[in-house]
Write a protein that binds this ligand. Structure first.
Ligand SMILES: [Zn+2]
Length: 407
C-alpha cells in the first residue's frame, strides 16, 4: 500500500507531498482508497461532504466502529500524516480477517476530505461539515489561491456541492471513531517532558487551537524614489507581528506561528500595498490561546498605526479543547501496551478529525505512532516500519475489542 501511494503528488524538488483537496493527486489517492476497499469486498461511497467510507458488514446490527484518517496533505507535507491511519486501517482489517474475526457490529474505514485545509483555509472541512460545525454555505464559497470555490472544485470532481451539510443519518450509524496517526512531536521518542519511549501511545486531549487572518493595508509606491518617512509600508507591522507572536507564545507556554503570508504586489522594487498573514495559535487551555492572540493583535494594531497602515482581523477557524474519554483512553492504553506495560498517554497540539467528532459527541480515541524526529508537516516526517507494524497491531486489537461486542 505504501508503494502505491509513494509517488502520488510527490514534489521531486523537496520529496514532500502536495495532495490538496479535489486536485488530481488527491483524487488519485481517493481512487486508491476505492481500489483497496473493493479488493477487500467493502462497500464504498462518498458521503454528502465528500468523505469516503468503506463498510465491512454494513448490515450487522448496531452502530459502526469507525477508523481512518485523511489522504490530503499540507504543502510539501510528509508521507505519514493522514495516509498512515488509512493504510493501517486496511492492514488492521486484514489481520482481523486472517484471525477468524467474528465482529458483532459493522466496521467502517473513512477518509475525511480536506483535513489540512491547505487549499481552502479551513482545517477538517469534511468532518466539520458532517457534524454541522461548518456552515455549508460558507464552505461552498471558500476560495483557493486561484479563486476557485470549494463548490466548483467538488463539482469538477463529480460531487454535488448542493448536498453539503450535517448528515444526521450517517452520524447515527457511527458508534465510535478511532484514528491512528503519526505522532507530531517527540513524546514517544523519549523527550524529557514526554512519558517515556514507546512505539505506540494513546491520546488524552487535543489542545484548543485556531487560525486568524491579519490584513495589513498600506500604499504601494516606488522602492527607490519614496522617502522612508513618506511610506505606508505594511511589511513593517507585519514583521513586528511575526516576532511578537513568537515572544508572546514563549512567555505564555503556548505555540503561535505565522507560517503563511501573501504580499501584493510582491515586487522587488515596489513597496508592498498589502500583506496578508495567517496566525496559528494553540495552548493547553483556551484562555491562554485567547490571551496570546489578543496580545499579538493588539501589538499588530499598534505597529500598524505607527506606519499609517490599516489592519483587519478575521478568525478563520476555532477548535475548543478536546478531551478524549479518559476511561476509553486508559483501557486502550492497557490493551495496546507491550511487555506488560501500558502504552503512554499523551496530549497533542495538533488538530484532527477525531477532535471534531469528539466535539460532536462521538466516543473517540486516537493512537499515535512514534516519530523519531518529531518532525511533521515536512518531507522529513518519518516512522520506522517496525513502529508502523506495532501501530497496525495495536489498531487491530482496539477494533477487535470495540467491534467484537454488540453496541
Ligand atoms: Zn493529520
Amino acid at each position: 500500500m505504501w508503494a502505491a501511494l509513494a509517488e502520488v503528488g510527490r514534489v521531486a524538488a523537496t520529496g514532500g507531498y502536495r495532495r490538496f483537496a479535489w486536485t488530481p493527486p488527491e483524487l488519485q489517492c481517493r481512487a486508491w482508497f476505492r481500489q483497496e476497499a473493493a479488493a477487500r469486498g467493502l462497500d464504498t461511497h462518498a458521503d454528502r461532504n465528500g468523505n469516503l467510507w468503506a463498510w465491512d458488514g454494513a448490515g450487522r446490527p448496531g452502530q459502526a466502529v469507525v477508523t481512518g484518517s485523511h489522504l490530503d496533505s499540507v504543502p510539501d507535507g510528509g508521507a505519514y500524516d493522514g495516509p498512515l491511519g488509512i493504510v493501517s486501517a486496511f492492514a488492521a482489517l486484514d489481520i482481523l480477517r486472517a484471525d477468524d474475526w467474528r465482529p458483532a457490529r459493522p466496521l467502517a474505514i473513512v477518509a475525511f476530505s480536506d483535513e489540512e485545509g491547505a487549499r481552502f483555509g479551513v482545517a477538517c472541512a469534511g468532518s466539520r461539515l458532517l457534524t454541522g460545525a461548518l456552515d455549508p454555505g460558507r464552505a461552498a464559497g471558500l476560495r483557493d489561491a486561484d479563486g476557485t470555490t470549494l463548490a466548483e472544485a467538488m463539482r469538477a470532481a463529480g460531487e454535488d456541492p448542493e448536498a453539503l451539510g450535517r448528515d444526521d443519518d450517517l452520524l447515527a450509524r457511527v458508534g465510535c471513531y478511532v484514528e491512528l496517526h503519526v505522532e507530531q512531536g517527540r513524546a514517544l521518542a523519549g523527550d524529557p517532558d514526554g512519558t517515556g519511549a514507546a512505539a505506540v501511545g494513546v491520546a488524552t486531549a487535543i489542545w484548543p487551537h485556531g487560525r486568524w487572518r491579519l490584513d495589513f493595508r498600506g500604499a504601494a509606491d516606488h522602492a527607490g524614489t519614496t522617502r522612508l518617512e513618506d511610506r505606508r509600508d505594511p511589511m513593517l507591522p507585519f514583521a513586528e507581528t511575526v516576532l511578537l507572536a513568537r515572544e508572546r507564545a514563549a512567555a505564555a507556554g503556548a505555540r503561535a506561528t505565522i507560517g503563511r503570508v501573501r504580499v501584493a504586489p510582491n515586487g522587488t522594487n515596489a513597496i508592498a500595498s498589502e500583506v496578508t498573514a495567517w496566525l496559528d495559535a494553540r495552548a493547553p487551555d483556551e484562555a491562554t490561546v485567547r490571551a496570546v492572540v489578543d496580545e499579538v493583535v493588539a501589538g499588530a494594531r499598534w505597529w500598524a498605526t505607527r506606519q499609517g497602515v490599516e489592519v483587519d482581523l478575521a478568525e478563520e477557524s476555532w477548535s475548543g479543547e478536546t478531551v478524549f474519554d479518559p476511561l476509553i483512553a486508559e483501557r486502550l492504553s492497557v490493551l495496546v501496551g507491550r511487555d506488560g506495560r501500558p502504552a503512554p498517554l499523551l496530549p497533542t497540539g495538533a488538530g484532527h478529525d477525531a477532535g471534531v467528532l469528539a466535539a460532536a459527541g462521538v466516543p473517540t480515541a486516537m493512537l499515535f505512532v512514534r516519530n523519531p524526529t518529531g518532525v511533521s508537516h515536512s518531507p522529513a516526517e518519518y516512522a520506522e516500519p517496525d513502529d508502523c507494524r506495532a501501530g497496525v497491531l495495536a489498531l487491530s486489537r482496539v477494533l477487535a475489542e470495540l467491534a467484537g461486542t454488540p453496541s
